[in-house]
Design a protein around this ligand. Structure first.
Ligand SMILES: [Zn+2]
Ligand SMILES: [Zn+2]
Length: 272
């Protein structure tokens, strides 16, 4: 892989500065690096997102000029479903659902296993399939209303499920809901030129052994010829290309032969 378009820095909850990440990308031989800070989320004190979108854009566009000829820098945003609409001027938007709202209560699906379990108990009386249905409904609504270029970590709700299981993720009852949502997302993104990311973020953080989306859904994407892109969702420079080689092998094994990448700032289809 020669690019990554899902990268967090000190502009949000990442550990390293954009410039440190650029240096790492150059050393790793990437031709393109796209930044995707979290959109402003004032409702979440744990992860409030970018404070000033204008300052963020200025900083990244300055780096784009500085490193012209060495690496192509793009300025994107990871737009949460509950954030106010993004400012103009981004190169691309990743559309993600990190929170759900149930009976007026907003909760995060990816902050901690405890928080997710608490929400399941308090707001759903333990009905995990009801939470699953609400999550995918939000993902569908997000894609339909906002048409993000990249659909972020499609099944993020499984982040903690390997280590703190709360849903049988290979059961027919779960997969029926997830695949119906994926079929609809796949149909919608083909109409407007969107791409689904295959995201290794939960692997580098030690939560899962496979990327988002999980294997059965990846096979579904292959069968439906849905455009995909490989991303690391890195929050520190050492994870910038984490698990890319393993995931490339997995995708080839499933039968994929093409993948999107950022090339000179454009999302282009390339051989896998
Ligand atoms: Zn995210
Ligand atoms: Zn992210």
């Amino acid at each position: 892989m020669t690019s990554n378009c899902h990268t967090h820095s000190t502009w949000c909850d990442g550990a390293d500065s954009p410039e440190e990440l650029i240096q790492t990308a150059i050393k790793a031989g990437l031709t393109d690096l796209g930044f995707s800070s979290h959109s402003p989320a004032p409702f979440d004190p744990e992860c409030p997102g970018i404070r000033s979108e204008a300052a963020y854009q200025r900083a990244i566009f300055a780096l784009k000029e500085k490193y012209r000829g060495k690496i192509t820098i793009s300025c994107g945003i990871e737009q949460d479903y509950f954030s106010p609409p993004p400012a103009a001027g981004y190169d691309y938007v990743i559309g993600s659902v990190h929170y759900l709202k149930k009976d007026g209560h907003l909760f995060s699906v990816d902050e901690s296993p405890e928080q997710l379990q608490q929400a399941l108990t308090d707001y759903y009386a333990g009905d995990s399939l009801a939470l699953v249905r609400d999550y995918y409904e939000a993902v569908l609504d997000n894609v339909q209303k906002n048409q993000p270029k990249i659909v972020g970590h499609f099944d993020l709700l499984l982040k903690f499920n390997e280590q703190n299981p709360w849903i049988a993720e290979t059961s027919k009852s779960y997969l029926t809901i997830a695949q119906a949502a994926l079929a609809e997302v796949s149909r919608m993104i083909k109409q407007y030129g969107g791409i689904i990311e295959v995201n290794t973020g939960a692997m580098s953080r030690g939560w899962r052994r496979s990327p988002y989306p999980a294997d059965p859904l990846l096979s579904f994407l292959h069968e439906h010829r849905t455009p995909i892109i490989l991303t690391s969702d890195a929050h520190q420079k050492k994870d910038l290309t984490a698990y890319f080689a393993e995931t490339q092998a997995l995708l080839k094994n499933i039968g994929f032969s093409k993948i999107y990448q950022l090339q000179q700032g454009e999302f282009s289809e390339t051989p896998l």
